[in-house]
Ligand binder design. Structure first.
Ligand code: GLN
Length: 247
């Protein structure tokens, strides 16, 4: 039986707009395919696990205050996360988690929260707290050879700069900065995005990209995922996309 091992970090503190739901969706989509899915949790003061033993590390989003609270602990895990990523562990990061794996996040008070510096981007929050990027967001991206329009919900003051390989181009909403053309950050084993929602509920293609990557990363026999019936998920997404784009 195939198996995926996930480490969900700071689920008790970084869980805006149902971010933990993303793990329920991965787990459900694995169950439907008879793939074993183990989800371990890690939070402040947990015993440090062997990060490299995980196929996927997941970090959700949070308010500036929560980001400050976890910052010191996250730094302590920095080398382990870096080494897991280098060995091919997939990193899935939402909003606050996305920001903290870059160089730094300067919050709305101008206080710098150091990032892990895995990636070159950095984030500076808009000092005017009323000027946040809030609302639905649609981005166009490529997954497994197909162009897909992804739908999510963003709410961030942070403006992320220096992203060389974005996840997609913005069709509606803001993205990495106010009225940006691009959203998120992408590498073969990294998806970082501002999309809450939870993002995977509306976008089965991203879940399957991640599951497929995790199953195939150590194996010579490439797994072909069993197709699931995603008609409802895709219809729900399309209704919203059509409404937002006035189709
Ligand atoms: N606190 C960060 C910001 O406002 C991240 C917010 C979030 O995770 N939604 O930009």
């Amino acid at each position: 039986m195939n198996k995926i091992k996930i480490l969900h970090m700071y689920a008790d503190m970084l869980d805006l707009y149902g971010d933990s739901g993303n793990m329920e969706i991965i787990s459900y989509r694995c169950k439907m395919r008879n793939i074993e899915c183990i989800i371990d949790k890690y939070s402040i003061d947990s015993e440090k696990p062997d990060f490299s033993s995980y196929d996927l590390i997941y970090i959700g989003g949070g308010a500036d205050l929560e980001q400050q609270h976890i910052s010191e602990d996250l730094q302590k895990c920095g080398d382990d996360i870096k080494s897991a990523y280098k060995k091919g562990t997939f990193l899935f990061l939402i909003c606050g988690g996305y920001q903290l794996l870059g160089k730094y996040y300067r919050d709305a008070d101008g206080v710098d929260i150091p990032g892990l510096g895995l990636f070159d981007y950095y984030t500076i929050a808009e000092p005017n707290r009323r000027k946040r990027c809030i609302g639905n967001v649609i981005i166009r991206t490529e997954f497994m050879g197909k162009t897909v329009d992804i739908l999510g919900f963003e709410n961030h003051g942070g403006q992320t700069h220096g992203v060389k390989t974005p996840l997609g181009s913005v069709l509606y909403g803001h993205g990495n900065c106010t009225k940006s053309s691009y959203e998120g950050y992408f590498e073969e084993n990294v998806i970082a995005t501002y999309m809450h929602g939870p993002c995977l509920a509306k976008n089965p293609e991203i879940s399957d990209y991640i599951i497929k990557y995790c199953l195939n990363r150590d194996s010579n026999e490439k797994v072909v995922l069993k197709e699931l019936d995603d008609a409802l998920e895709k219809d729900c997404r399309q209704v919203m996309i059509d409404r937002l784009l006035n189709k």
